[in-house]
Design a protein. Structure first.
Length: 452
């Protein structure tokens, strides 16, 4: 009994350390990105931010396909093999080959559809922006395999460091280009998006160096076995589908929301920019901190599943409890301090634009808590081998969101705030479904472990 308690405390300590490491890295990276908007908004204005945000959802969609689901699935597979005292090398090799190919296809698709998407969005000037962003999809595919492998080994520092380096490089190049082309907004936006690709290239070189160092230091047992690519796909496809639903929803928003607002608002692009480039950016700060908890949950829960000794539900509730402890105060702070936060981060905004942004942040503050819990619960479902359930939850939530704002935006009195209300509803639905599925799956795991 004493030994089990000691192991439990050691496991919780490792979990908290890992979660804190990624949380710190994610928070610093997001903070850099948020404050980046201060000089950036001053240089390119509300319209420039709006054009930038038209392209970014497409990038996030393709990036999710090649990246977001990869670290989670690779971390789970790596943690399982380590839990069974087997080498993680076959997982890394197979995953790198598979996702480099997927990333290459993603970059090509982005370049091919660029003219059509920019035309559909009513801003053909951003076509070159899509071209500038396309290489980053391929680069992030490789970065994400490295991150997943490290996370599966419960080493969160490489992920945290690479996220900070990404932001620093993006900010450095971005501000240089924004200042250089401040008199040509369309050209400035293209080079801002090129800065993202340059930042991913630097991050990839960093991860490669960290991997080589770790590989030389680790003394894993030689394992000439293979991990079938179809096994990786079987896990990563549902994880990726679940993750890509939000950026896919944002892509749909970038077309539908602007079109609906144009029916009665002359500044539709600016309003959408205030929502997606302003309020959502602020709300994502606490969510990015809680991403560390979600990332640390995967090896913790996956190891418990592999060991077959029970304890899955205990680790699930522990992860969710820490998430609430961090996200709830953050959501309250965003609500009560929305105005000073908006003034600090978006200093150039004033008058009606600032008023709209503050209202949007207050309305969306509840999403900081809901989305944080959703990403932790989704990670726990992935760790238990049930990513399809998380994907289904998010699909239902996104459908509810789209239907809600399609109805709300028809009323000029509600205007862009209808998207914020619909977003809150989206994350509430996803949270309730994910919580229900986790309780059902973990109960079955516990019963199996107890011989029930």
């Amino acid at each position: 009994m004493a030994e089990r308690e000691k192991d439990g405390k050691k496991g919780k300590g490792a979990f908290i350390k890992g979660a804190a490491t990624i949380a710190a890295g994610g928070f610093i990276a997001k903070l850099i990105g948020a404050f980046y908007r201060i000089p950036l908004t001053n240089l390119i204005g509300g319209r420039g931010i709006g054009l930038y945000q038209l392209v970014y959802p497409v990038y996030c969609l393709l990036l999710t396909v090649s990246a977001t689901g990869i670290p989670s699935s690779i971390a789970k597979l790596t943690a399982e093999r380590i839990g069974k005292r087997r080498s993680s090398a076959p997982v890394f090799r197979s995953a790198m080959k598979l996702f480099l190919l997927i990333g290459l296809v993603g970059s090509a698709i982005m370049a091919l559809v660029a003219p059509f998407l920019s035309k559909a969005q009513g801003s053909e000037s951003v076509t070159n922006g899509y071209y500038a962003l396309a290489p980053s999809v391929f680069l992030v595919s490789a970065i994400s395999v490295f991150r997943g492998w490290f996370q599966g080994k419960n080493r969160m520092f490489p992920t945290a460091l690479s996220e900070i380096v990404e932001q620093l490089v993006k900010v450095g190049f971005g501000l240089f280009f924004a200042y250089l082309y401040r008199d040509n907004i369309e050209k400035a936006v293209v080079f801002l998006l090129l800065s993202v690709s340059l930042s991913e290239l630097v991050a990839l070189l960093l991860m490669l160096a960290l991997y080589r160092r770790a590989k030389n230091r680790d003394r894993e047992e030689k394992d000439g076995g293979r991990v079938a690519m179809k096994h990786i796909l079987r896990l990563s496809i549902p994880v990726t589908l679940s993750s890509m639903l939000l950026p896919l929803s944002s892509l749909l928003d970038s077309v539908l929301v602007v079109r609906l607002l144009e029916g009665y608002a002359a500044d539709a692009v600016t309003l959408y920019g205030l929502f997606s480039g302003g309020a959502v950016t602020v709300i994502n700060l606490p969510v990015s901190v809680c991403y560390g908890i979600a990332a640390a949950s995967i090896p913790a829960v996956a190891t418990a599943v592999a060991e077959g000794k029970g304890g899955v539900r205990k680790r699930l509730f522990f992860s969710l409890g820490i998430t609430i402890a961090v996200a709830a105060p953050s959501a309250l702070a965003l609500y009560f301090f929305a105005e000073p936060a908006a003034k600090i981060i978006f200093r150039s905004l004033a008058g009606e634009e600032l008023t709209v942004l503050v209202r949007l942040i207050k309305t969306l503050s509840v999403s900081a808590l809901l989305l944080s819990m959703v990403q932790t619960l989704s990670a726990c479902l992935t760790a238990q081998g049930k990513p399809k359930l998380a994907a289904f939850s998010m699909l239902v939530a996104v459908v509810v969101k789209t239907a809600a704002y399609a109805l709300l935006l028809r009323d000029p009195k509600i205007s862009v705030f209808g998207v914020a209300h619909a977003t809150n509803l989206c994350y509430l639905v996803a949270f309730l479904l994910d919580l229900l599925y986790n309780l059902i799956v973990s109960k079955k795991r516990t019963a199996q472990a107890n011989g029930g």
